[in-house]
Design a binder for this molecule. Structure first.
Ligand SMILES: [Zn+2]
Ligand SMILES: [Zn+2]
Length: 440
């Protein structure tokens, strides 16, 4: 930068560089370069597991009709509404819009909209998507996180519940997580669930004075939310509450048994959990979560939702989903002392001397990259000494030097960074020569 250029930089921007004008919205997440290793590991593992299990890629938009999430929630509409990020802009038909609250619902919407049943039956898809949930009562709680989901749509066979659970399990196992425990339950179906709900309501009406105010309100509006309450008095009352397993119909009972057999056959450690019930109305039959002992939250979860397609105006279309919370999985891995492989360091450094050499240098670097060789440069630094110092700091194996003379001669100077030995080679032989040296 010349002195003249320097004057163009507003002084204020330089002075206040520690207090940027705009900050990230509270609760949202920047994924930073320092975490690249984690994300790369998760992408690669996720893709490998998805491919082995024959799941296809799907991506749905981060903005959807708000009503879609609300109607999916059914009786729990109120509890979903307060967590939606509603947008000021409206859809083309004037409908209210929200940031994606639940990608699995978007995936089902997409399935119905694009008639994906014609693509495959059942359809097996995976996605990596941001999830947005506004949680005002807990400012420390993230309002945005990412999930890697597996979803099978179009078949209600328990085999597919097993496939989803095992895909999630394989993913966690491939990440080398240990001591995973699967918590599992059945939420029943529309045949058997109403009786259980009535029984649960009756029980809690009797215990009304013993539970917290929120739970008391939930008795009539959202009974399943009660079993999730963490208040001590409510947990105590819960101990004697009726459990869903005593109310399952024959079909749900058989379904649950088959899923447990599949899980057991594949050596997944599991614990039936009678209080694992869907917070939203659309969860049916199998519901599960994965935990590790070192971390208090579920690192993965999922459930079946066989009637949602119908509620969206489609035919009865059974669906099963399981998803890993990416940020939670990374936390759990850290607590188990796992680390991703560090990013592979480039071993070739390009020293560019003088403006005339820049063009030629870029062409040669492109040739090296096309030959599969990662190469770095710090052309912003002017002197040979400064550039070589950067190369030393990066632990580079060989440096390539290109100045005006080399450009003119069609050569490159190649320098062994550990011995300091230098040799002139023909530019056209560059890729070959570099490969020889870094592979020895
Ligand atoms: Zn049932
Ligand atoms: Zn409570």
């Amino acid at each position: 930068m010349t002195t003249k250029d320097a004057k163009l930089v507003p002084q204020k921007a330089q002075k206040t560089s520690h207090t940027p004008m705009f900050e990230m919205v509270r609760g949202m997440a920047d994924v930073l370069p320092k975490d690249q290793g984690w994300w790369k590991l998760l992408w690669q593992t996720g893709h490998a597991v998805s491919e082995l299990n024959d799941f296809h890629f799907i991506e749905t938009p981060p903005v959807e009709p708000a009503k879609m999430f609300l109607s999916a929630a059914g009786v729990a509409e109120e509890s979903v509404e307060k967590h939606l990020y509603l947008l000021k802009a409206k859809g083309k038909g004037g409908e209210e819009l929200a940031l994606s609250y639940s990608p699995k619902i978007s995936v089902l919407r997409s399935y119905l909209e694009h008639r994906l049943a014609y693509f495959a039956s059942p359809l097996k898809v995976f996605y990596l998507a941001p999830v947005f949930r506004r949680i005002e009562e807990f400012p420390e709680h993230p309002g945005q996180f990412h999930e890697w989901g597996f979803q099978i749509i179009g078949d209600g066979d328990p085999l597919y519940d097993g496939e989803i659970i095992l895909a999630v399990f394989d993913f966690l196992k491939a990440l080398k997580l240990k001591q995973m425990v699967l918590k599992i339950n059945s939420a029943g179906c529309r045949v058997c669930r109403p009786a259980f709900k009535q029984r649960l309501k009756a029980y809690y009406r009797n215990e009304k004075d013993m539970i917290c105010r929120t739970c008391e309100k939930n008795i009539e509006t959202n009974i399943f939310a009660i079993v999730h309450c963490e208040q001590e008095q409510c947990k105590e009352v819960r101990q004697n509450a009726p459990i869903v397993l005593d109310y399952l119909c024959q079909s749900c009972n058989n379904h649950f048994k088959s899923v447990l057999e599949l899980v057991e056959d594949n050596a997944v450690l599991y614990e039936p959990d009678a209080w694992l019930l869907p917070e939203n109305d659309y969860g049916t039959k199998t519901i599960f979560e994965f935990y590790v002992p070192q971390y208090p939250f579920a690192i993965a979860s999922g459930h079946r939702f066989d009637y949602l397609a119908e509620a969206f105006g489609g035919r009865v279309t059974p669906a099963m989903n399981g998803a890993l919370g990416i940020e939670r999985v990374i936390e759990a891995m850290k607590l188990q002392g796992l680390v991703p492989h560090p990013k592979e360091k480039p071993r070739v450094f390009f020293v560019v001397l003088g403006d005339q050499a820049k063009k030629g240098a870029l062409r040669l670097m492109q040739l090296l990259r096309a030959g599969g060789i990662a190469v770095v440069e710090v052309a912003g630094k002017k002197t040979l000494k400064a550039q070589l110092k950067s190369a030393e700091r990066m632990n580079i194996t060989i440096a390539l030097l290109l100045g005006q003379k080399e450009v003119f001669d069609g050569t490159v100077l190649i320098r062994d960074m550990s011995s300091g030995a230098q040799e002139t080679i023909l530019a056209e032989k560059l890729v070959e020569e570099v490969k020889k040296r870094i592979n020895k």
